[in-house]
Ligand binder design. Structure first.
Ligand code: SAH
Ligand code: MG
Length: 222
């Protein structure tokens, strides 16, 4: 049951009431993005914490993000990096990138995060030969997801993680449902060089999906 109980408690509210959730710096970043009229489509604090844990579990030193917005998820991810680690975040909207950079600076992460402005597919194409990433987080336009996956797999190290946000849209409940996120889930699940699971997450008042893939050290059957 995702509805509030009689006393107004929700599963997400419960998770976000635990210690180690959104702190002042994250709250300030969220409020600054709202004040700058950015859409409030960032991950929830519960999702942000999950991304942070994933990055730590991966021992991430290099993280790639597609879709920066105001850097709310970038802050959660970058905080999992060692001091000499790096997060590269790709954003098409120059104004979003500007708000993001200011938020990262205020959060003390300006030196660890680089926001690259441009269409993600172009930025990704220019990244060939860069040091491999331990974790990639895909969270931009959903129609681009399958192309992002194809471009990102070669940039992630063997054993590394690719996570994609918003992968349980309402369309999954419709008989003829179709969406970029659903095409992404199907493409990731079908790839022999990935092992993929869809994790239901809590966002807003409902369910959202985080699709997590691990890149096989050796492709199956090789
Ligand atoms: N990851 C953020 C939310 C990202 S919202 C967070 O949770 O805090 C999606 C972002 O993707 C928006 O800022 C949007 O401008 C950007 N975007 C949309 N299409 C894009 C593209 N083709 N290339 C790069 N970024 C894109
Ligand atoms: Mg998202």
């Amino acid at each position: 049951m995702l509805q509030p109980s009689a006393n107004g408690m929700t599963y997400r509210g419960y998770i976000e009431s635990l210690p180690g959730g959104e702190d002042d710096a994250l709250r300030r970043a969220r409020e600054a993005a709202e004040a700058a009229d950015l859409p409030a489509i960032q991950v929830s604090a519960a999702q942000g914490k999950a991304l942070h844990v994933l990055a730590l579990a991966a021992g991430a030193r290099r993280i790639l993000e597609i879709g920066t917005l105001g850097a709310y998820s970038a802050i959660w991810l970058a905080r999992a990096l060692p001091p000499d680690g790096r997060l590269v975040s790709l954003e098409i909207n120059a104004r979003h990138a500007e708000v993001a950079r200011a938020n990262l600076e205020r959060a003390g992460l300006g030196g660890r995060v680089e926001v690259r402005v441009g269409p993600a597919l172009e930025s990704l194409a220019a990244m060939e030969g860069e040091e491999p990433f331990d974790l990639a987080f895909i969270d931009a336009d959903k129609d681009g997801y399958v192309s992002y996956l194809e471009a990102v797999v070669p940039l992630v190290r063997a054993g590394g993680i690719i996570a994609a946000d918003n992968t349980l849209p309402d369309a999954v409940l419709e008989p003829e449902g179709d969406s970029g996120a659903m095409r992404y889930n199907a493409a990731a699940a079908a790839r022999k060089d990935l092992v993929t699971a869809v994790f239901p997450m809590l966002r807003g008042d409902g369910v959202d999906g985080l699709t997590v893939s691990v890149k096989r050290p050796v492709p199956e059957g090789a």
